[in-house]
Design a protein around this ligand. Structure first.
Ligand SMILES: [Zn+2]
Length: 271
C-alpha cells in the first residue's frame, strides 16, 4: 500500500469523524468494513490508533489533524500552554530521534502518543535520543574544546584535547565520555584571539560561531552523531576580587535542545 492511498483513506476517515452527521462510529465502521483490507495490517493499526487518539484527546489537547504534505506529525495542538505536535505510533521501535531532529526548534514540542494494547502513553521525543538523568532531565552529549596543551616545563605541545561529554539538562550532573587529541584544533577563544586588530566585534562573533559549527559537523560525523552542542570552558567571575568558578560556555547548541541546555554549571577546571 502506497503513502498516497494511506493518506487518502486517512483524510476520508477524519473528515467522517469530524462530520457531525456521521462522527466516530461511522468512521470506525468504514474503517472495518471498507478500508481494512486495502490498508493491510500495519496501515490499519496505524489509522485505528490515530482515530482513537483523536477521539480521546482532541478536546484536552485542542488537536487539529495535520495534513499529509510536509508536516512531520499526525496532529498539532497544545500541551499545557505550549504548541506541540503529536505523532501517533503503535510501535516505538520504528521511531528514531534523528527523524525528528530537523523539525525541532524553539517553540515546537514533539510528543509521541504510543498506543500499546488499549492505552496511550505520551512520550517526549527527547526520550528516543537521550538517556534520562535520575532527576528526570536528559543527558545531552556535547563536545568540549580545550585550550592548547603544555608540558610540565610550560612548553607548548602543539596539540589540543577535545572531550566528549554529556550534561544533565537540569545541570545536576556531567560526565567525560571520551577524549580526543588533535593538532591545530584549537579552542574557540584561541581561534579568534588574533582577530581583534582586523575585525569588528560582530565579525569576530560570526567567525567564532562558524568555527564552532564546522567543528560540530566534524565531531558529529567522525565520533558521535548525537552530539548536540559545542562548548569551551570559561571562568565566571562572581566577586570583586576575581572570585568565581569554572563553567561550560555553550557557543553552539543544536536547536532541537536549545531551550534546555543548563547555564552556569560549576565544573572545575578540566584539562
Ligand atoms: Zn539531572
Amino acid at each position: 500500500m502506497g503513502a498516497e492511498l494511506y493518506n487518502k483513506i486517512r483524510r476520508i476517515l477524519f473528515n467522517t469523524a469530524n462530520d457531525p452527521q456521521k462522527g466516530f462510529s461511522v468512521a470506525y465502521e468504514w474503517l472495518e468494513q471498507t478500508y481494512k483490507s486495502q490498508l493491510g495490517p500495519k496501515g490499519y493499526a496505524g489509522i485505528l490508533a490515530e482515530l482513537k487518539f483523536y477521539e480521546e484527546y482532541r478536546k484536552e489537547f485542542s488537536l487539529t489533524v495535520a495534513g499529509d504534505m510536509g508536516e512531520h506529525a499526525d496532529f498539532s495542538g497544545l500541551y499545557g500552554s505550549e504548541a506541540t505536535r503529536f505523532d501517533v505510533t503503535t510501535n516505538l521501535s520504528y521511531k528514531d530521534f534523528k527523524e525528528y531532529e530537523p523539525f525541532m526548534g524553539e517553540g515546537i514540542k514533539y510528543k509521541i502518543a504510543f498506543f500499546d494494547a488499549d492505552n496511550f502513553s505520551l512520550i517526549d521525543v527527547l526520550e528516543l535520543g537521550f538517556e534520562k538523568c535520575e532527576c528526570g532531565g536528559y543527558m545531552i552529549p556535547f563536545v568540549l574544546l580545550l585550550g592548547e596543551n603544555y608540558n610540565s616545563k610550560g612548553w607548548s605541545q602543539w596539540t589540543n584535547d577535545q572531550l566528549i561529554m554529556n550534561i544533565c539538562s537540569n545541570g545536576c550532573d556531567f560526565n567525560e565520555l571520551d577524549r580526543h587529541v588533535h593538532h591545530f584544533l584549537v579552542s574557540p577563544s584561541e581561534h579568534i584571539s588574533d582577530l581583534e586588530e582586523i575585525m569588528t566585534l560582530e565579525e569576530i562573533e560570526n567567525e567564532r560561531m562558524k568555527y564552532c559549527l564546522d567543528n560540530y559537523k566534524y565531531f558529529r560525523r567522525e565520533y558521535r552523531d548525537d552530539l548536540m552542542a559545542v562548548a569551551e570552558q570559561g571562568y565566571k567571575i562572581t566577586g570583586r576580587k576575581g572570585e568565581g568558578f569554572w563553567t561550560f560556555g555553550f557557543h553552539f547548541v543544536n536547536k532541537a535542545v536549545s531551550d534546555m541546555m543548563p547555564e552556569d554549571v560549576e565544573c572545575g577546571r578540566l584539562e
